[in-house]
Design a protein around this ligand. Structure first.
Ligand code: GRF
Length: 246
């Protein structure tokens, strides 16, 4: 699957598109709505970065899973949070309409899918065109859908590859884990890795890349298309603080 070109937000701060780094953006803050279905360690990374690397706030967290730990993280941080799940007999479009209404009421600049496991329909996506950002634990065009880390690990064990990676991308339509790439990074798979070790390394890389990418998003959509993806940025496992977002 080919990936489309995207706004020039690069994971390396010295490669930021000049349009994203102007002083107008730097003096304003972004309002983030985060959708999360599970543990919420990426949500936690964003919460911890707000007011520091990220000039902005998480103003609402929505989960489709009533038991999601992400909701407890939001509660602990004093952030508005809500469960919006499909009701018996409700259509996908109707639940997405309810979700869109609640998200719109929070007046977000950006909607971040951080471990959000339910596919969003165009009913939702069209409402927030060019403002929905997804984190995918694989490189562009690779392992779309579920169990991306497990599938990369299986390929490595079979001798077919020695790296995987992740990307942060815009979600323009219903295509799965595909869209204009904002940032990406490679993650090595070492010969003696267990799946758990690889997963831990991936989660560290996710927290790092997601925060650095969101930190570069402007308060309003002023992104500039570029001809190609930014080059993949090698992930250095020593660069992030593992204990911060367990
Ligand atoms: C992450 O690996 C994300 O890329 C994937 O689901 C996981 C969510 O982790 N889509 P968390 O809930 O943020 O801890």
């Amino acid at each position: 699957m080919s990936c489309r070109s995207g706004p020039a937000v690069n994971a390396q701060l010295d490669h930021v598109d000049p349009a994203l780094g102007d002083t107008t953006a730097a003096t304003q803050t972004v309002r983030l709505v985060v959708l999360a279905s599970g543990n919420g360690s990426n949500l936690q990374a964003l919460i911890d970065a707000c007011g520091r690397q990220i000039s902005g706030d998480v103003v609402l967290v929505v989960s489709d899973q009533p038991d999601a730990k992400a909701l407890r993280r939001a509660e602990r941080a004093g952030i508005a949070h809500q469960v919006i799940a499909k009701l018996p007999g409700e259509s996908r479009r109707d639940v997405d309409q309810r979700l869109a209404d609640r998200v719109a009421a929070a007046d977000p600049d950006w909607i971040i899918l951080a471990g959000w496991m339910r596919l969003l329909s165009s009913t939702f996506l069209d409402r927030f065109a060019d403002h929905v950002v997804n984190l995918h634990p694989a490189l562009p065009g690779e392992y779309p859908g579920l169990h991306s880390i497990e599938r990369a690990y299986a390929d490595a064990v079979a001798g077919r590859r020695d790296y995987t990676g992740l990307m942060v991308h815009l979600v323009p339509d219903e295509a799965i884990d595909d869209g204009p790439v904002l940032a990406m990074t490679e993650v090595p798979i070492f010969p003696d890795d267990t799946l758990e070790q690889l997963a831990d390394r991936m989660h560290l890389a996710e927290h790092d890349l997601l925060v650095r990418t969101v930190a570069q998003l402007p308060p309003v959509s002023r992104v500039t298309p570029v001809a190609d993806h930014p080059a993949a940025v090698p992930f250095s496992p020593g660069r992030t603080d593992q204990a911060a977002h367990p």
